[in-house]
Design a protein around this ligand. Structure first.
Ligand code: NAD
Length: 524
């Protein structure tokens, strides 16, 4: 255990623990950063930023390649660390953290050079044709990255890697529930060649996160709950610091009457119950067209009752992260039952820390499980008369992270996908949208603002600078002073020359346009 040395001004804060949820065993303890240590980390990152931004792109990309290879080589260590402090099965950590991070690294290898390339371009306007423009993409400076525990390797990587490659330096705060995954990631980045000062880490809880936001950073990328995101957004608004907010979700899945009920049930059960149901984009509300409803519920019952819960290698659903989270989910389930909902299936519970995957039907729209985010293995299935009703109920939510549509008719599913008020939609699958780096991930409404992955996700880490240059250094511009009646007439003629429908009118305007180009009457 590393002793905590609190600053004089602050009360001591509890160290953070890497704890296995199902057994309660504490594997490692880390001191919580003091306000002075946070300020130091930001100052160090700021001092390191100009030199890091000056590192040639080729060298940055070589570091990225090395990082990719290190992640591959040390995949078992990464997956075990993640599994130990989140209770997600190792196979899930391989699939949804290591595998996705490897793809993210390869995607960045392909995309970052294009992002940072800034060629001179022609203008579209005839009046500015003598000019060239280029748009450069500049780093913000120091980016703060604050992340949750549920995908503790992926969530950090998908923010920290592009931030660094764009020339920013970073100070990140992993969740207080997954500190070891954060430390391992930073070790791998530094081993790959990122200067240690360019990538700082601070450990601690929400207070530490708030102190990091309050430190002298230039942008905040926050992933977590709506309540914390709101407080981050407020703090940043006061200082006009840009934010990127990835918040909670209550994703809808729409199962159309022509879907294969067993295929849809298998996919949706995995989406809802993997990571013990603690995935932001898990399908939390499932709307099934009436003709398929009974077959779908039967199929879901078949899948759910065979899910293996507990701890160990062949387990599919482990414990929820902490008992308090389990208690909230139990309250949401009990509220639904008190309002008339029925439990139609549960998986066997093997250890007390497990919340067994549970399927609810007949949940009224005003129940907490319909209105709030349910962050654990609780599934809600509702019968709808039509796809239109499904879309209306899916969109009747404060959240709008992602969704899915299930049908044998992909064209119809795509049409319905286009009507869902959310950031991404999967057709006949679930969760995959945030595992494919080409797809921008993010939400609308209370699910946040900003994107991770995709071109839009890369643009989060740069600000644009437009540069305009004349091809002739001493050319007089048509809009400079020297106004007169004749100049006004020439300008009017120019508008005709550039935009009139009639070719004859445009040709007649030519002499005036030449006058405007050379401006013989200009006072200079
Ligand atoms: P959380 O909001 O409690 O914590 C997330 C992070 O924010 C942690 O590092 C925490 O220490 C920090 N934090 C808490 N309060 C803060 C404050 N006031 N200022 C600054 N930092 C603060 O969330 P959690 O329980 O770790 O994660 C679960 C939530 O995250 C769920 O709502 C889930 O939907 C959401 N989530 C969203 C996405 C997404 O991409 N949209 C991804 C994963 C999780």
């Amino acid at each position: 255990v590393i002793p905590v040395t609190p600053s004089v001004a602050e009360p001591p804060r509890r160290p953070v623990e890497s704890r296995q949820p199902s057994t309660g065993e504490v594997w490692r303890t880390y001191p919580t950063a003091t306000a002075a240590e946070i300020a130091d980390a930001v100052a160090t990152a700021r001092a390191a930023q100009p030199a890091w931004a000056a590192v040639p792109l080729g060298r940055r990309m070589a570091i990225l390649r090395r990082f990719h290879d290190l992640v591959y080589d040390r995949r078992a260590e990464i997956a075990t660390t993640v599994s130990r402090e989140t209770d997600k099965p190792v196979v899930e950590a391989f699939l949804t953290e290591v595998g996705v991070v490897l793809d993210v690294a390869n995607w960045l290898q392909r995309e970052v050079p294009g992002l940072l390339r800034a060629p001179w371009r022609e203008t579209v306007g005839l009046g500015t044709r003598r000019k060239r423009v280029r748009v450069t993409r500049e780093p913000f400076g120091v980016v703060a990255v604050i992340t949750p525990w549920n995908y503790p390797f992926l969530q950090v990587c998908s923010r920290v890697l592009p931030a660094l490659l764009a020339g920013n330096t970073v100070v990140f705060k992993p969740s207080e529930l997954s500190p070891s995954s954060g430390v391992l990631l930073r070790d791998l980045l530094v081993e790959a060649g990122i200067p240690a000062d360019a990538c700082g880490i601070v450990q601690g809880d929400g207070h530490t996160g708030a102190s990091l936001v309050a430190a002298a950073v230039d942008k905040v990328c926050f992933t977590g709950s709506v309540a914390a995101g709101r407080s981050v957004a407020r703090a940043c608004a006061d200082r006009f610091i840009p934010t990127s907010l990835e918040l909670g979700g209550s994703d809808a899945a729409i199962v159309l009457a022509d879907a294969d009920p067993r295929h849809a049930a298998s996919g949706l059960a995995w989406g809802r119950f993997s990571c013990a149901g603690q995935t932001c984009i898990a399908p939390k509300r499932i709307f099934v067209e009436a003709p398929l409803y009974d077959a779908f519920v039967d199929a879901m019952r078949g899948v759910v009752t065979t899910i293996r819960t507990g701890t160990g290698d062949d387990v599919e659903v482990g414990a929820m992260i902490r008992p308090a989270f389990k208690a909230t989910l139990e309250a949401q389930r009990d509220d639904a039952i008190a309002r008339g909902a029925r439990v139609v299936a549960t998986a066997p519970a093997t250890v007390p820390s497990i919340f067994p995957p549970t399927v609810l039907v007949d949940v009224p729209d005003d129940a907490r499980a319909m209105r709030e985010e349910t962050f654990g293995p609780l599934m809600v299935i509702a019968k709808v008369a039509s796809a239109d009703e499904a879309v209306a109920r899916a969109n009747a939510s404060d959240f709008g992270l992602s969704g899915s549509v299930w049908s044998r008719d992909t064209a119809r599913a795509a049409e319905i996908a286009g009507r869902l008020a959310c950031g991404a939609v999967a057709i006949n699958d679930v969760l995959c949208t945030s595992g494919i780096p080409e797809v921008p991930h993010g939400g609308i409404g209370q699910s946040g603002a900003g994107r991770m992955h995709g071109r839009a996700g890369l643009e989060e880490f740069v600000r644009t600078r437009g540069i305009v240059a004349d091809r002739f250094a001493t050319a007089r511009q048509a809009w400079w002073f020297g106004y007169s009646a004749r100049h006004r007439g020439d300008v009017d003629a120019f508008l005709t020359f550039a935009h009139a429908r009639s070719v004859v009118a445009r040709l007649r305007a030519l002499p005036a346009v030449l006058r405007l180009i050379f401006r013989p009457d200009h006072p200079l």
